[in-house]
Ligand binder design. Structure first.
Ligand SMILES: NC(=O)c1ccc[n+]([C@@H]2O[C@H](COP(=O)([O-])OP(=O)(O)OC[C@H]3O[C@@H](n4cnc5c(N)ncnc54)[C@H](O)[C@@H]3O)[C@@H](O)[C@H]2O)c1
Length: 330
């Protein structure tokens, strides 16, 4: 049995608590969240014990810690948990700061620790099928990749302020997807964006709400990423991979596959509302993978270095957005 602890029982923390309850050989022993209501939900639903971080890290029965706290706290908590000898699953981004990220990776190396990053899209069956298809010779070589990610509505300003901003918080998933699908070094990043949905996003959230990024790889493949914090249609998650012999698409998922055709036309059900439902299978698979890595002391498929590479692209996008120029990625 792998015994786990959860730090942060907000939106994603509760998704992972549920995923743990569905994984054989895993038990959520502890939860810590300074918000008593949030932790109580996890205590009630999954029988976890609410305890301070120090007690959790001191308990030798705890094998792994899931870090689901605000992004500006990840680096410090990863270091503490790794130093205490725990395997760590950390939500994206690894940190909001590149120097901090390097320090974290040094600590992980020094302690030969296990650190897995929460890029759950790599465990989504539809994107896994796309990745497998891209590897087939018949489709030819990838020439252009388009990733569209739009949330149904923006998070609170308080969330934005601790998030590191749209490029590190939201587009970080797309940077990771781009790296994973293209499997080639990205050499330049050009970004545009703004607070066009809600101008208070700038003043209250210290952020933007809409952005488009164009990246090129070392063999001149083109990658376009489009993000928006609002989509009236629902949770819009699409990828198109244009290859020399085929164009591959993964479309946004609907709540059901029901189609109603009548005299008024043909209607489908709405898109999945948000990440909690769209990626629920992927979250279960990624936690299953983390648990199996802890059990077998094997290396996770998504590493701290993947978190750093994605953050490097997010920082480059931030610099390009500020300067208005394309940024070379070292
Ligand atoms: N992979 C994904 O799809 C995905 C989706 C959403 C969020 N995230 C990431 O997960 C993290 C949390 O996001 P969220 O949407 O759940 O935020 P949230 O605000 O809903 O939850 C964060 C929780 O952490 C708690 N918290 C604050 N300080 C803490 C501390 N020191 N120790 C323990 N708990 C603490 C808060 O009280 C809150 O309950 C962020 O880093 C975000 O980028 C990832």
């Amino acid at each position: 049995m792998v015994r786990l602890a959860l730090l942060g029982a907000g939106r994603i923390g509760r998704v992972h608590a549920r995923a743990i309850s569905m994984v054989n050989d895993a038990h959520l022993k502890y939860v810590f969240d300074p918000g008593a209501d949030a932790s109580q939900l996890v205590v009630d639903a999954y029988g976890a014990i609410s305890a301070p971080i120090e007690d959790i890290l001191d308990d030798s029965e705890v094998d792994g810690v899931l870090i689901c706290t605000p992004s500006d706290q990840h680096a410090d908590q990863i270091k503490r948990a790794i130093k205490a000898g725990k395997a760590v699953f950390c939500e994206k981004p690894l940190s909001t700061d590149l120097d901090m990220t390097r320090q974290v990776l040094e600590v992980v190396d020094e302690h030969q620790g296990c650190l897995m990053l929460g890029f759950q899209r790599r465990f989504d069956s539809h994107f896994m099928a796309l990745k497998a298809k891209l590897a087939e010779e018949a489709v030819g070589s990838l020439e252009q990749l388009l990733i569209i990610s739009r949330d149904p509505s923006p998070p609170p300003y308080s969330y934005m302020r601790a998030s590191g901003g749209l490029f590190k918080d939201m587009m970080i998933h797309d940077f990771d997807m781009a790296r994973w699908l293209v499997d080639e070094k990205i050499v330049s990043v050009y970004a545009t964006g703004g607070a066009i949905i809600d101008e208070k996003t700038r003043t209250e959230g210290n952020d933007i709400d809409s952005a488009s990024v164009l990246m090129t790889t070392e063999t001149n493949k083109q990658i376009t990423i489009i993000n928006s914090r609002r989509a009236s249609v629902g949770y819009d998650q699409r990828v198109e991979a244009h290859c020399s012999n085929a164009t591959l698409n993964v479309n946004s998922m609907r709540e059901t596959t029901l189609v109603v055709a009548d005299a008024g036309g043909i209607a489908e059900t709405p898109l999945e509302n948000f990440f909690m439902t769209r990626y629920q299978d992927a979250y279960r698979r990624e936690i299953e993978h983390f648990v199996s890595c802890v059990q077998s002391s094997s290396i996770p498929l998504v590493l701290g270095s993947d978190g750093m590479e994605a953050l490097v692209l997010a920082e480059a996008a931030g610099s390009s957005f500020s300067s208005g120029f394309s940024v070379k990625v070292d």
